[in-house]
Unconditional design. Structure first.
Length: 393
């Protein structure tokens, strides 16, 4: 389901950087089946920071729909795509943290070959380019890390087969953060597996979160993270991308039903589920319904006993060094006395006995859910935002 740039999931050797590896076929690669203690399942929250500035792109959108509105955003300097603080406040309110994958794209005229200059699509892309080293972006990225969020790499469009560029983009981001980057996701999910993962590993990254679909939600690559090289490197399959859901403005119940079905499937299979909401989708004027749906997904996950956090926090929480399948590393998900009952042994007040996706308004978040989330934050040292893993690299 991934947007795979070039074929192949079968065994083949990769040689790069003086190292030759032969990974197992993706289907037979070992899985990381551990869950954080007391969790029914894990819900990893992620955001791909594609376009934090709407800017002149509004001129393009004005040719397509709502010209008055889009022109106003250009002329007034209003920037509905800048959603960092809004999302941080929403997640802080729910007691959760997420990952933000940051693009460090090449400049169309300075870095790309002239044959790329004439394609209109490249100009549309270029108008939204941002500079991770600018004061405004660097400042907000540091604020995220200091607040316990994860900032990761969003490998730019041409990097799937470009180990030097992956290394360079990672190094630039690390210099901005003044600290190591743990993992990332490819822009447009453009992946050449397993080569891209090998290049991530060579760049010092511990995981990739690109294996998924831009058009279909589901556990198409299984319920657990994959270890493609049978070592510490981990691949998180993507379960939901915002744009693949039914439109939450026009079909809110259908959107909730899809999310609820996947959350319940995750809980029934001790899964690690990943969701991607682009920050600009939190602009209610531009993408109505997505912000409320995202909040609902987190609250529903809390009701179902999920551990919720960033992929980096997940790896810290389960200790990625454990042997896959090692029972001692698995959460006692079936333990009836497990802490997960905190959130699940009471009915959601607004939706008791009914389909939780169709209740009016949002189901109330139980006290248990909130306590749980606070405990998680304390337990995973979110407040410090610095882990052994980060320190070790
Ligand atoms: Zn992207």
């Amino acid at each position: 389901m991934a947007r795979i740039v070039e074929r192949s999931s079968g065994p083949q050797s990769i040689s790069h950087g003086g190292e030759t590896v032969t990974p197992p076929a993706l289907e037979s690669a070992p899985r990381l089946e551990a869950l954080p203690a007391d969790a029914e399942f894990a819900l990893c929250l992620t955001h791909d920071v594609d376009r934090p500035y709407k800017g002149l792109r509004g001129l393009f959108f004005a040719t397509r729909e709502r010209p008055g509105y889009h022109l106003r955003t250009v002329l007034s300097g209003e920037n509905p795509y800048w959603q960092f603080e809004n999302v941080m406040a929403l997640e802080d309110d729910l007691g959760v943290r997420s990952s933000w994958y940051v693009l460090n794209e090449q400049h169309l005229l300075l870095d790309r070959p002239p044959r790329d200059w004439t394609a209109p699509a490249n100009w549309i892309q270029h108008l939204g380019r941002y500079d991770v080293t600018s004061d405004e972006i660097a400042g907000v990225l540091r604020a995220l890390e200091e607040g316990g969020w994860e900032v990761g790499l969003h490998g730019s469009f041409h990097t799937a087969d470009d180990p030097a560029r992956i290394r360079e983009e990672t190094a630039t981001l690390e210099s901005v953060l003044d600290g190591p980057v743990t993992g990332g996701r490819q822009h447009h999910l453009r992946l050449s597996p397993p080569e891209t993962w090998h290049y991530y590993r060579l760049a010092g990254l511990a995981y990739d979160a690109s294996l998924g679909s831009t058009t279909e939600c589901g556990f198409h690559h299984g319920y657990h993270p994959i270890r493609p090289f049978d070592d510490e490197f981990v691949v998180f399959p993507l379960t939901i991308m915002d744009q693949a859901l039914p439109d939450p403005a026009r079909r809110p119940n259908a959107a909730r039903r899809t999310c609820n079905r996947l959350l319940e499937e995750a809980a029934a299979n001790d899964a690690v589920m990943s969701v991607l909401w682009h920050p600009r989708y939190f602009s209610e004027r531009e993408f109505p319904g997505h912000r409320d749906l995202y909040r609902w997904v987190i609250e529903r996950g809390q009701e179902l006993g999920a551990w919720i956090g960033s992929p980096r926090n997940y790896l810290e929480a389960v200790d990625a060094d454990c042997v896959p399948g090692d029972e001692s590393a698995r959460a006692p998900a079936s333990d009836p006395t497990g802490g997960a009952s905190l959130a699940t042994d009471r009915e959601p007040s607004a939706t008791a006995g009914s389909d939780p996706t169709t209740g009016g308004g949002q189901p109330a978040s139980t006290d248990g859910g909130l306590e749980r989330a606070s405990d998680e934050r304390a337990g995973s040292d979110v407040a410090n935002g610095v882990s052994d893993r980060r320190g070790a690299r």
